[in-house]
Each structure stands twice: as structure tokens, then as C-alpha cells.
Design a protein around this ligand. Structure first.
Ligand code: NAD
Length: 361
């Protein structure tokens, strides 16, 4: 029976309107092969929404996202809106979207592709074969804990305060997501904390350890965050799935991403409690190359594959898209951001054509 899905598309700004159609075309192509029917609806977010409505996240956009099965976002932002007051900035719209959809789990894969191994700043023998998924808690921890602010002390000196806090329920919720993902990958989960110093981390470690009895097939380990930062550079291949809190995850997911050296190739997913998720490339709106047919659409396409895998439960269709991406890279096609000697430089449109040809072959 044909599966039907309603997908909200948020092209946003900059290269967004160039790369979203490539992902849509890829989804339609695998849809035909796997009996999936997509109904796409498009909405405004970021600078495009500011220009049209004065609001970086119009209420209709949030409603449309809530009334869909999944949301595919490109990127927001650009020079034009950089001087607006903070509440009217494109970035404010993105934060409001994540909050409005209650997205608590951020998934950031970092895979070193054999075809792009020389894009990494680390030695080939260190990064070769790296395939990591960082699962970051997104709605708790020190970015949201209270009290927070800058207060005057009794002596009149100012004191800045943030609070790192996690409840058992918050830890269990992200822990389960991470165990489930590790189970679908190579069955190894490394929890990162600072339990030797922080009480909140001790609770984190206790709860993640307690959950392990429900996942006997997943091998659990723990690392302190300072050691994890070192191990990621020293021997990234030791990691499969990493789970960590908001602050440590913010830093480690960027560190892991840089092992790959190619920002135009990195997808991400943010999952909510209701099953609704937001899928987007890690890169921004690249205003410096917008409208010039220079954008690499593959991170957007791989975000659509993540949507199939983690949001729609269609791993075979996700595999098909990921395989097609490998095929175009094997064939030597490269956009400017991943170009190297001897390869064929192509624009966004030509990369899209090559990808569709691979998908339909
Ligand atoms: P950026 O990721 O947009 O660009 C950094 C560099 O990488 C640029 O030289 C750009 O041309 C290149 N690049 C990025 N994506 C590419 C792609 N797919 N293909 C080819 N080249 C690519 O980061 P930035 O320049 O710091 O930010 C630009 C704007 O994007 C800002 O307004 C920023 O706020 C916004 N931004 C948005 C998001 C998001 O929507 N999640 C994330 C980061 C930055």
C-alpha cells in the first residue's frame, strides 16, 4: 500500500531555494521506487519571512509544520537582516521553530567519506573509516537552566550566572533516543559528561547507566568531556554513537563535524517527542554564493535521507539516496566547496542532474 506523507518545506534564505528542490526531486525519485507519496507544502521562515510578514517565524509557518509528518529546512540568515533588532532577526525564527516544535534531540552524523578523505585536516590514517553520530540534548542544560542572568552582588559587583540542570525525565528521554540509534548503528554508545566535578553530570551518568539494562545489545561506555574532546581527534574511529548534554554536545558535534572537513556534506536532524522532526544541513545560508549555481546540495539531500530513516521509518529509501550520493562522488562530480585535483567541477544544477540520474538508473 502506498504510504502518504505530508512534508513542510522551509527553503529560508540564501542558497536555500536552490538546494531544497534538489532534495524534493530526490524524495520524489525514491518515492516512485518505494511506493511513497509525498505531499509538499512550503512555508516562510527567516529573512524571507521577515521581508514578507515582518516576523521571522509567522504563526502560519509553525502551524503548517505542526500539521505535517516532518519538516525539511534549508537555512536562514543573510547580511540584509544582520542589523535588525534581535527579536526580528532570522536566527530568532529558527530558535522559535525549534522551541515551538519541542525538538529535544539533535542528531549530528560525522562520516568521513572515502572520496573526500583529503578534505579533512587530520591525517588519512587517523580519520579513514570515521562514522560517528553525536546525539545532543537540545532543550535543557545550561542554556535554559534557571537562575540565569547578570545580577548585582551586595558589594555592587556584577555577577553572571547560568545553571546546568537536568531532571531524570530529561536524561531518560534523550538517553532512550541515543540507545535506539546506537542499536540501529553498530551497537556502541558513549555517554559524555563531567561526573568527576559536576553533580548534574553524576545524575546524567547514573540514569544513562540505569537505562542500559533495557538495551543489553548496546555496549555502553562513559567519558569525561575533556577526554572525549581529545579522543575525537586522537582516534575518532573508536566512536559509534555519542550522547551528551546541550553544552558539551554543542562543542563536540562541531568538533566531530570538522573531522570530515566538508561543510556542504553534513546533514542533521532534530527530533521532538511527538515524532515530528526537523531535518536540515549543518551549514548556513551561504549568502556569498547564493543565486550563482555554486551551492553543494548534498547536505540537504542527506538531510532528506535522515528524514526518511529517523522520521518516516523508511531506511531502505534512505539507503537508496545515500548510495546515489556516493555514486556521484565516485563518478568525480564536485561542487566548489569539495573540489580537488582531477575531479569535475559542477554547479548545483548539474550535481542535481547527476544525482537524479544515479537515483533513476
Ligand atoms: P555558512 O555555512 O552559510 O557559510 C560558510 C562558508 O561555507 C561560506 O563560504 C559558504 O559559501 C560555504 N558554504 C556553506 N554551505 C555551502 C554549500 N552547501 N555549498 C557550498 N558552499 C557552502 O556560514 P556563515 O557564512 O557563517 O553564515 C551565513 C549566514 O547563515 C548567516 O546569516 C548565519 O547566521 C546563517 N546560518 C544559518 C544556519 C542555519 O540556518 N541553521 C547555520 C549557520 C549559519
Amino acid at each position: 500500500m502506498t504510504q502518504q506523507y505530508r512534508i513542510t518545506l522551509l527553503p529560508g534564505d540564501g542558497i536555500g531555494p536552490e538546494i531544497i528542490p534538489v532534495a524534493v526531486a530526490a524524495l520524489k525519485a525514491v518515492g516512485k521506487q518505494f511506493d511513497l507519496q509525498f505531499e509538499f507544502q512550503e512555508a516562510l521562515v527567516g529573512g524571507a519571512a521577515i521581508d514578507e510578514t515582518g516576523n521571522p517565524l509567522p504563526e502560519e509557518t509553525l502551524e503548517m509544520c505542526r500539521n505535517s509528518d516532518q519538516v525539511l529546512l534549508a537555512a536562514i540568515g543573510g547580511y540584509k537582516w544582520d542589523t535588525l533588532p534581535r527579536h526580528q532577526r532570522p536566527e530568532t525564527g529558527l530558535l522559535a521553530l525549534r522551541e515551538g516544535l519541542q525538538l529535544f534531540a539533535n542528531l549530528r552524523p560525522a562520516m568521513v567519506l572515502p572520496q573526500l578523505i583529503d578534505a579533512s585536516t587530520l591525517k588519512r590514517d587517523v580519520v579513514e573509516g570515521t562514522d560517528i553520530m553525536v546525539v545532543r540534548e537540545l532543550t535543557g542544560g545550561i542554556y535554559f537552566g534557571k537562575p540565569k542572568g547578570i545580577f548585582a552582588t551586595e558589594t555592587g559587583e556584577q555577577r553572571g550566572v547560568n545553571t546546568m540542570a537536568y531532571t531524570e525525565a530529561e536524561i531518560d528521554r534523550i538517553g532512550k533516543v541515543a540507545y535506539d540509534i546506537a542499536r540501529k548503528r553498530r551497537g556502541k554508545l558513549c555517554s559524555v559528561d563531567k561526573a568527576n566535578v559536576l553533580d548534574v553530570s553524576q545524575l546524567w551518568r547514573d540514569r544513562i547507566t540505569a537505562l542500559s539494562s533495557q538495551y543489553p545489545d548496546v555496549e555502553l561506555s562513559h567519558l569525561y568531556v575533556d577526554n572525549a574532546a581529545m579522543q575525537l581527534i586522537r582516534n575518532p574511529k573508536q566512536f559509534d554513537t555519542i550522547v551528551t548534554g546541550n553544552l558539551f554536545g554543542d562543542i563536540l558535534s562541531d568538533e566531530a563535524a570538522m573531522l570530515t572537513g566538508s561543510i556542504g556534506m553534513l546533514p542533521s536532524a532534530s527530533l521532538g517527542a511527538s515524532g515530528l522532526g526537523l531535518y536540515e544541513p549543518v551549514h548556513g545560508s551561504a549568502p556569498d554564493i547564493a543565486g550563482q549555481d555554486k551551492a553543494n546540495p548534498l547536505a540537504q539531500v542527506l538531510s532528506a535521507a535522515m528524514m526518511l530513516r529517523y522520521g518516516l521509518g523508511q531506511p531502505a529509501a534512505a539507503d537508496r539516496i545515500e548510495r546515489a550520493v556516493m555514486q556521484v562522488l565516485d563518478a568525480g562530480y564536485r561542487t566548489g566547496d569539495i573540489m580537488s585535483e582531477g575531479m569535475q567541477l559542477v554547479g548545483c544544477q548539474a550535481m542535481s542532474d547527476a544525482l537524479l540520474a544515479a537515483l533513476e538508473a
